[in-house]
Design a protein around this ligand. Structure first.
Ligand code: PGA
Length: 251
């Protein structure tokens, strides 16, 4: 039996105007009103955070952002800070998503700065790690993950780590319809938990939630959630429609 509360998180990426986000969040709130044993989070685009936060108030659905900058304020055109996210109603922030790494120059160093700033401000960071297809083919999966965790969490203290969530998202499984097999997922999740244990000790390793992400759908979520080291899912495409996301939440 896992004693970690599962978290099902929806990453809406660059989809939905404010009105569309409002509608989807309102529908979702109705569909999951019976849920009381699963934590739920949605991460709409920045422009919809405030309206969505209103509509999910007093529900189990929490709000997350898809990224943030590490400074609190300043002349950083186009960036958003942790205090801004908190005032918009966010509790969580996704950091180091592979699309940020791939298209927007995110590195393990910037990920680390963001993780430190998020924990310092009281946001719960969801650190995304994952290998590309080539790296997996070249048998580099574990060394890649080791480096992403090691550098991403550099200088993080035990205390700061308390709230951290990790999401394993193999890059080749994101948006591709290819899910990693249960064996592949469990193998990596156990490896990640071991890394956390080596760094932060057994208690924290046991308490840390490790989500899987990459083509999670209503028809594969049950099998994934049954794996001993899978504590939730980070869902992209299938989180955009309230009914399919609700099915995933009801795994
Ligand atoms: P996907 O995206 O579910 O569409 O594969 C997952 C993610 O990028 O977080």
């Amino acid at each position: 039996m896992k004693d970690r509360i599962p978290l099902i998180a929806g990453n809406w990426k660059m989809f939905k105007t404010s009105n569309e986000a409002l509608d989807a969040a309102a529908q979702l709130a109705k569909l999951v009103s019976d849920i009381d044993t699963v934590d739920i989070m949605i991460a709409p685009p920045f422009t919809s955070l405030t309206v969505v936060s209103e509509v999910i108030r007093d529900t189990r659905i929490a709000l997350g952002a898809q990224d943030m900058y590490w400074e609190k304020e300043g002349a950083f055109t186009g960036e958003i800070s942790a205090p801004m996210l908190i005032s918009a109603g966010c509790q969580y922030v996704i950091i180091g998503h592979s699309e940020r790494r791939q298209y927007f120059g995110e590195t393990d160093e910037t990920v680390n700065k963001k993780i430190m700033a998020a924990t310092a401000s009281g946001l719960i960071p969801i650190l995304c790690v994952g290998e590309t297809e080539t790296q997996r083919d070249e048998k580099k999966t574990f060394s890649v993950l080791d480096k992403q965790i090691e550098k991403g969490l550099e200088k993080l203290t035990l205390d700061e780590h308390q709230s951290l969530i990790i999401a394993y998202e193999p890059v080749w499984a994101i948006g591709s319809g290819k899910t990693a097999t249960p064996d592949q997922v469990q193998e990596v999740h156990a490896f990640l938990r071991d890394l956390i244990e080596k760094r932060f000790g057994n208690m924290l390793a046991k308490a840390t939630r490790i989500l899987y992400g990459g083509s999670v759908k209503p028809d594969n979520v049950t099998e994934l959630m049954a794996l001993p080291d899978v504590d939730g899912a980070l869902v992209g495409g299938a989180s955009l429609k309230a009914d399919s996301f609700s099915k995933i939440i009801h795994f």
